[in-house]
Ligand binder design. Structure first.
Ligand SMILES: Nc1ncnc2c1ncn2[C@@H]1O[C@H](COP(=O)(O)OP(=O)(O)OP(=O)(O)O)[C@@H](O)[C@H]1O
Length: 271
């Protein structure tokens, strides 16, 4: 089937799903980064996308969020095709991308107000939401500081606040907890839990299995550009810890970790 020919049952079937991709494929030169991915995320899920470095998670999320055009395949959000209906899709999603770029010369508050106004929200609503988000994210004291002076964790939090401001139906987060302190991580978790309990959907990529196990009710595991397991957390775990399931699924540890590093460590110097 051609990249843009879609089986009509694809959209009918995808109405109950927040995200559904079919045969999503992306090559960079000779390398196939994403090799025909069928990602499914039911509505209201707290979904984790996990996989080793280079598995294709970021590339997949970029194609689903309209940032990178797929070579083949389709992606739908709430039954709407991402690449045929980009405006409607972008109104429904919030994105915290990897390596987030922010307007550095705005204050945190200005950044939120700018985002909200760009989304077409009325000024009074934007200001009220911005205030609440700044307070919940514990950025109240930094609200009028320039983003360029924010720490890594503060940048994640302001990025997440910006992604939430228009109350999207589906929120995509690439490594949202990286660099975030434990207290703030707890706050973020609470905010996201409340958000999914109301029927909205979170999809986040992470390498931290304990976190995924604790937060997620749905997991997709990627390896080498493919989905190697996907479903409710309990099914993917299959009675193991998620970490063990992950190691079993992606074939690690590739060797026992230390082989070939005889020179490494204090004992080597004694030899
Ligand atoms: N713009 C690009 N140009 C060339 N190769 C790329 C590009 N983006 C990604 N790749 C390659 O595609 C593969 C998948 O990368 P991707 O960033 O999607 O993986 P990932 O699962 O998000 O990895 P990580 O967990 O390390 O962030 C990698 O081998 C990477 O080198």
């Amino acid at each position: 089937m051609h990249a843009h020919e879609v089986n009509p049952s694809f959209y009918a079937g995808s109405m109950m799903e927040a995200v559904r991709t079919q045969g999503l494929l992306k090559r960079f030169g000779q390398q196939t980064a994403v090799a025909g991915v069928d990602l499914i995320v039911p509505r209201g899920s707290f979904a984790g996308l996990v996989g080793p470095n280079g598995a294709g998670k970021t590339t997949t999320l970029s194609m689903i969020t309209g940032l990178l055009r797929p070579d083949h395949g389709t992606a739908a959000i709430d039954g709407l095709d991402v690449w045929r209906d980009p405006v409607a899709v972008k109104a429904r999603i919030g994105v915290l991308p990897e390596g987030l770029r922010l307007f550095e010369r705005l204050s945190g508050r200005e950044l939120l107000v700018y985002n909200g106004r760009m989304r077409g929200l009325p000024k009074a609503d934007v200001e009220q939401r911005a205030d609440e988000l700044l307070r919940v994210m514990d950025l109240g004291d930094a609200a009028d500081k320039l983003v360029v002076d924010y720490s890594t964790g503060m940048r994640k939090k302001i990025g997440l606040a910006a992604a939430l401001l228009h109350n999207p139906a589906v929120l995509f987060l690439d490594e949202p907890f990286e660099g975030v302190d434990p207290v703030s991580a707890n706050t973020l978790t609470e905010v996201l839990r409340r958000y999914t309990e109301s029927g909205s959907t979170v999809v986040f990529s992470s390498h931290v299995m304990d976190l995924v196990e604790r937060l997620c009710d749905w997991v997709s595991v990627m390896s080498g550009g493919h989905i190697v397991a996907q479903g409710p957390l309990a099914d993917v775990r299959g009675g193991r810890s998620l970490n063990q399931a992950f190691l079993d699924l992606v074939g690690g540890p590739r060797d026992s970790g230390g082989a070939g590093l005889d020179w490494l460590g204090a004992k080597a110097a004694d030899k």
